[in-house]
Design a protein around this ligand. Sequence first.
Ligand SMILES: [Zn+2]
Length: 131
Amino acid sequence: MAGSERTITMSTHTSGEWRLHPSYGENEVGRVFDQYGVPGWEYLDVPIAAGETLIGCASARRAPNPGWPRVTDWEECRANARLMIAAPVMLAALESLVHADDPLCKCPACKVGKPAIAKARGENDKGERHE
Ligand SMILES: [Zn+2]
């Protein structure tokens, strides 16, 4: 349809080993104080890198009024970061397990792996990319 067509750029995630960014220290819980020195809120940001390049961050906040629901548990935040770091390896593992050449295969690996791969690629169940 003219006017509704658009070019979809296929892209992939940042290459390289994903890991904690070199700036991260294990117990870097930050504290923000008000103008009188009264503790206001605490935060943890766990930066994730591909090589030296910052690509993301898991975050948690403990604040009286955080604005929207937040992770408040530091260990949960660190676990979220570990899951993000493992994502490219898990994606590659799934891609090696599924039968990509057989779109109708319903073996256990394909049944759970293909939807997960599609989700990681930003595709629907028909292999069409969505925003
Ligand atoms: Zn299969």
